[in-house]
Write a protein that binds this ligand. Sequence first.
Ligand code: AMP
Length: 171
Amino acid sequence: MDDLIASLTREVADFPTPGTQFKDLTPLFADRRGLAAVTDALADAVAGADLVAGIDARGFLVAGAVATRLGTGVLAIRKGGKLPPPVLAEPYNLEYGAAILEIPASGIELAGRRVVIVDDVLATGGSVGAAQRLLEHAGAVVTMAAVVLELAELGGRELLAPLPVRSLRLA
Ligand code: AMP
């Protein structure tokens, strides 16, 4: 699994900002074996969830596939301004500036549901943390986060503690 992810990750230096080593998982998701292996491993990691939440936008690819494998629904956690009102919104800090994540404020019952958050890459943990706060404000029980690739030196796991985090590969 580790070798498969490594071999199908495109490394791009200095994108989107100087000094950032961008990990592009497009080749992994475009590969039949890669997508199946990642889906199976993440589904095993989050088994027991009753809803899979994916973070805009690459998290949607993983979340939909994992939810289908588990037989659960999927929830898209959108970037600010994409959803019609009413919404629940949660601001968070990026390396430069700030952003917002949103979910619909009506139409889905989240109270008491066991939700897992999935994304492609865990970096600082800011977006998973905002997604967790958002879901918890809506009454959900966030049981864990699961990602394909974790950039360990950025401290996302520590920021999110005590939320359990499972990653398929450390970089
Ligand atoms: P985070 O800092 O953990 O909130 O990461 C924010 C989002 O940006 C995540 O959804 C990641 O997919 C993406 N991201 C952050 N840093 C990188 C990176 N070095 N390579 C690829 N994606 C990244």
